[in-house]
Design a protein around this ligand. Structure first.
Ligand code: GDD
Length: 319
């Protein structure tokens, strides 16, 4: 049986990818790695259908052990410190988890299953400071990272390139733009706002919604479209290449907030919370995904309004 390993299976994208693979690729044995004390809530419905293995990516021995045992045909490397603000408070930890964790994975793959195809979750944050004439952003845009997180992703991206060039490792680099949907972690902007709205609707929070920088522009794709792209990346992508995964549409955070507010009848006041502002914020992300589309046929299918509705309903069922 063909074996696929998802690192970070208990996370947002990891859990959606596992579900998608179980539903659409019946001949695949799905393995997932998780860290000690990870919350299992995202995978509670599929826990019996996947093989879970505990792994600490920062520890070469731990990674070597799982790769030696599983010898996967495909790896979707999604585990990461993925929240930008945390990377200012914990820059070293962010670099270690994201970059050294990936080095540990690559070294283990070289040793035990060098034919494995590895998709690595790079990020549109790598583009960082983007100038107006550069949008929509293509893969050959300069990388001007604006946070330790973004630097960590540039490192992951280039390590993917370098291990391919040096050793022929079959690495496919996906630079995914913002993605959201049910199960999005509550620190991220779409989920944070949706949770606040759901809490206000239930009277659990005064009718004041706290926000950070509303002028930033982001290109959002539904996570359920993104995980399909990850499969296509390993199936049809060219090893060593890098691909943008995006919607090709951008909204200010304020426009996104207004869309969410329209889905609720609650009267809500908006207040800026200075602690939500960043030392430097990426002003605009708008991706060109032509290269990936031409290679794989992928395009985003779920409308943004639907994604936001599903996200709000997710929080309404939880708060
Ligand atoms: N989190 C958060 N909370 N962000 C806010 C808020 C708030 O209350 N108010 C405004 N924002 C703005 C942020 O300043 C940023 O410009 C934008 O909303 C999006 O913030 P996040 O949802 O935290 O995501 P991100 O864009 O920083 O990073 C996400 O996308 C990357 C791909 O571009 C993450 O998912 C990364 O892991 C991913 O690589």
């Amino acid at each position: 049986m063909t074996k696929a390993l998802i690192t970070g299976i208990t996370g947002f994208a990891g859990s959606h990818l596992a579900e998608w693979l179980l539903k659409n690729k019946e001949d695949l044995q799905v393995y997932g790695s998780y860290r000690l004390r990870s919350r299992m809530e995202n995978i509670k419905d599929i826990q019996g259908q996947v093989d879970l293995v505990e792994c600490e990516l920062k520890d070469p021995r731990s990674v070597d052990e799982i790769i030696k045992t599983i010898k996967p045909d495909y790896i979707f490397h999604l585990a990461a410190q993925s929240f930008v603000p945390t990377s200012w408070n914990a820059p070293a930890e962010t670099l270690i988890v994201n970059q050294i964790g990936q080095v540990n994975l690559f070294e283990a793959v070289l040793k035990h299953c060098p034919d494995c195809t590895i998709q690595i979750a790079c990020s549109s944050e790598e583009y960082g400071q983007v100038y107006p004439h550069e949008v929509p952003i293509t893969e050959d845009n300069p990388l001007r990272p604006l946070s330790p997180y973004a630097v960590s992703k540039v490192g992951q991206d280039y390590l993917g390139y370098q291990y391919h060039q040096s050793y022929g490792l079959k690495v496919i680099r996906t630079r995914t733009f913002n993605h959201t949907g049910p199960r999005r972690g509550e620190s991220f902007v779409t989920s944070n706002f949706a949770k606040q709205i759901a809490s206000i609707e239930k009277g659990l929070q005064p009718p004041v919604l706290y926000v950070g920088n509303l002028q930033a522009k982001r290109d959002f794709t539904d996570v359920r479209d993104v995980v399909k792209a990850y499969w296509l990346a390993v199936e049809k992508g060219v090893p060593g290449e890098v691909y943008n995964i995006a919607s090709g549409v951008t909204y200010t955070i304020e426009e996104m907030l207004n869309k969410l507010l329209k889905l609720s009848s609650a009267e809500i006041e908006i207040q800026q919370d200075p602690s939500r502002m960043r030392p430097s914020d990426v002003e605009i992300l708008l991706g060109n995904y032509d290269k990936f589309h031409q290679q794989t046929g992928w395009k985003p299918e779920i409308p943004f309004d639907q994604t936001l509705q599903d996200l709000l309903d997710y929080w309404r069922a939880r708060v």
